[in-house]
Design a protein around this ligand. Structure first.
Ligand code: NAI
Length: 387
């Protein structure tokens, strides 16, 4: 194995006042596998440069636009290895395409793109170019999510019968997009966000989580979207009934208006011989209920966990790990996948089963199918109640 120098990271978006860029910066630092060396951090070039200066970046690698970043980095011997795209959804495709065309690897936020057409094109580009395109489906970074996945694949609960997955949030329960909240403003604009409101923003996480853990492939769905906050153009609540290949059923709920839920991601998988439950606000535990009803709380850090879970664990049980560590696991996994490609070897456990462009494409296809289903008004399952 060749020496693994830290990879050089560039970033587009994630500047002053932005949300997810800061999480990427912290997560990428945690394991020492990445160094942030370049950025075009803001849609406003000067604000972006000011931000880069405050981050202590070399001024020569602080760029006004992503096009300048690509031109500037492509001309350097120590060019960035990969660029993280931390901008609103509609910009993902043009930025990712320009990066891949210039031979950079990409770490792209979800949803992969704002339209299915763009997602298909980007996934094809990733495949044909051979560039690495990782997608930050945060919840697939948690060790106990991997543990559930491994145990289900081993057959511990038998064939899966039903999957209940939900992602309720509360922060958009009022029209904050009209009161200067930048994050809510673009998320409620179909041109910038894409057609799916809550379903595109967070339902896509839930859909990925359910498919990732169960290994099930979605066959068909039917959906009911709602807009509860007046003046909004996109759904802020979604219910989706799903049918997986092989006959398993699923229910998915995403909501931006579920008061009382700060970040209530929850997955429950029920099989022939048992069930697994995982709740993101208690991420260090996986609840296993076998057929005899003797509930077991499986702890992160326990000795008998899978290689996949152990590879994503840093501290002993009782020292909680959470969101930042899960995000860091994605970054460590992306680095390992990139090193393995370079060294022409199989990736170690941390670099296996990381979310890639194809997973991003599936997520966008899911969102499109949900909105299409809702907009098809002849849904035979929607029966009025007589009394
Ligand atoms: P935000 O509105 O807080 O930040 C967007 C940033 O992008 C701002 O700094 C803005 O100036 C910059 N920007 C916009 N256009 C640009 C351009 N052309 N060039 C350079 N910079 C540009 O948005 P937020 O909430 O951070 O979301 C960004 C992305 O991250 C979205 O795709 C969202 O879906 C995703 N996200 C993912 C999460 C996860 O758990 N993986 C959580 C939150 C957001």
């Amino acid at each position: 194995m060749s020496v693994q120098r830290p990879l050089r990271l560039g970033m587009v978006g994630g500047g002053q006042g932005a949300y997810i860029g800061g999480i990427h910066r912290m997560a990428s630092r945690l394991d020492g596998k990445w160094r942030l060396v370049a950025g075009a951090f803001d849609v406003d070039p000067q604000r972006g440069r000011d931000f880069a200066a405050a981050e202590g970046l070399d001024p020569a690698r602080s760029y006004g636009t992503y096009q300048d970043l690509i031109a500037g980095e492509a001309a350097r011997e120590d060019r960035v290895d990969a660029v993280a795209i931390c901008t609103p959804n509609f910009t993902h495709y043009p930025i990712a395409k320009a990066l891949i065309d210039a031979d950079f690897d990409v770490i792209c936020e979800k949803p992969l793109t704002a339209t299915l057409e763009d997602a298909i094109a980007l996934e094809r580009l990733a495949r044909t170019s051979g560039r690495f395109v990782g997608v930050t489906y945060t919840y697939s970074g948690y060790p106990m999510v991997h543990e559930a996945r491994v145990r289900i694949a081993r057959g511990e609960i038998g064939a899966v019968r039903t999957v209940q997955v939900e992602y309720p949030l509360e922060w958009m329960a009022t029209a904050i997009e009209t009161q200067g909240n930048a994050q809510a403003a673009w998320r409620t604009d179909a041109k910038k966000n894409g057609r799916g409101g809550s379903i595109g923003d967070i339902g896509t996480h839930a859909y990925h989580l359910a498919g990732f853990v169960t290994g099930l492939k979605l066959e068909a769905l039917t959906a009911d979207l709602a807009i509860f906050v007046g003046g909004r153009a996109l759904d802020d609540n979604a219910h989706v009934m799903m049918r997986y290949e092989g006959g398993a059923r699923g229910l998915l709920w995403s909501s931006q208006v579920a008061l009382g839920n700060s970040n209530g991601v929850r997955l429950r998988v029920f099989g022939e011989r048992g069930s697994f439950q995982w709740f993101q606000e208690q991420p260090n535990e996986l609840i296993y209920t076998p057929l005899d009803g003797r509930v077991q709380w499986i702890k992160r850090g326990a000795d008998d966990l899978s290689e996949d879970a152990k590879a994503r664990t840093r501290t002993p049980p009782g020292h909680p790990e959470g969101y930042l560590e899960a995000f860091a696991n994605l970054y460590a996994g992306f680095a390992e996948a990139i090193y393995a490609r370079r060294d022409k070897r199989e990736p170690a456990a941390i670099g296996r089963n990381v979310p890639l462009a194809y997973d991003g494409l599936k997520g966008v296809a899911f969102v499109e199918a949900v909105v299409d289903s809702h907009e098809a008004r002849d849904q035979p399952w929607l029966k009025p109640i007589a009394v």
